[in-house]
Ligand binder design. Structure first.
Ligand SMILES: CC(C)(COP(=O)(O)OP(=O)(O)OC[C@H]1O[C@@H](n2cnc3c(N)ncnc32)[C@H](O)[C@@H]1OP(=O)(O)O)[C@@H](O)C(=O)NCCC(=O)NCCS
Length: 230
């Protein structure tokens, strides 16, 4: 993709872009401090928006598999240099991410958008993503459990190890139970991974209580933005 007018060029990122991507993350999300791991970039589909020699934004995508083993195209990170907001770069990055997913074999692409993040909402909407109505509470734990009494029933729940640009986490999907939540915390300790987390509709009071009882903390609320490939 070439630079058009004042619009930055969008190209696939390479391992050497890691420091520039780290800089963008820190500018956009001051609470995040870890460095992007260069070796992860070639294993993902990461795009950078480049103005001259300078990286001014990026988006990161990869495939995960749901409980029926269906591939999904995850749009995980999206950020633009705050000095360059509002010039269409975020929208162009989401478009590149969405189009790349078509070749992955996934039937859908999805991005998780924090509630009231109007710019991100618009960037997805302008690329024909549909917002799902459920408001989801993200609960995570980075506290490993030393031991577990029994192994969870994995027919109805899924623990998905997800290598992100800066860490490895475990996504918990499907039916939540005390055992599955404990197993996820055990796993992060055994493997040295960063955290385990689950997204639960805010209306599911029983599940929210269970997460709290099992040592998971509420981080923020989100909604899925979905695009179905035809
Ligand atoms: C979300 C983000 C990537 C959007 O990048 P961007 O380059 O500013 O986006 P665009 O210029 O393509 O704008 C997208 C739409 O959002 C609107 N928008 C931009 N900033 C906005 C703001 N602060 N409030 C409301 N709308 C805003 C734009 O007007 C545009 O809509 P329009 O074309 O209908 O006018 C950028 O704001 C960002 O990096 N935010 C911090 C990190 C973040 O929240 N990432 C998303 C995690 S899911």
């Amino acid at each position: 993709m070439n630079q058009v007018g004042n619009m930055p060029e969008i190209r696939r990122a390479v391992a050497d872009d890691a420091p520039a991507i780290t800089r963008i993350i820190r500018a956009a999300f001051p609470e995040y401090t870890p460095d992007v791991i260069p070796d992860v970039i070639p294993t993902h589909t990461t795009f950078v928006a480049v103005s001259g020699e300078t990286v001014v934004g990026f988006v990161d995508c990869f495939t995960t598999y749901d409980i029926d083993d269906e591939p999904r195209w995850e749009i995980d990170w999206l950020a633009v240099d705050p000095k360059r907001h509002g010039h269409g770069i975020g929208t162009a990055l989401v478009r590149a991410a969405r189009d790349a997913g078509k070749e992955s074999g996934a039937k859908l692409a999805r991005g998780l958008v924090r509630l009231s993040n109007a710019a991100s909402e618009r960037a997805f909407e302008k690329n024909d993503f549909i917002r799902l109505s459920d408001v989801l509470a993200l609960y995570t734990s980075d506290q490993p459990l030393k031991s577990i009494r029994s192994v969870a029933d994995t027919r109805r729940s899924l623990l998905i190890p997800v290598t992100r640009l800066h860490d490895i986490v475990v996504w918990i999907e499907g039916e939540l139970s005390d055992r599955v939540l404990q197993q996820a915390r055990h796993l992060i300790g055994v493997r040295g991974w960063h955290a385990a987390g689950a997204l639960v509709p805010r209306s599911e009071k029983k599940e929210l209580k269970l997460l709290e009882a099992e040592g998971y903390k509420h981080r923020a609320n989100y909604q899925w933005y979905i695009y179905r490939y035809t």
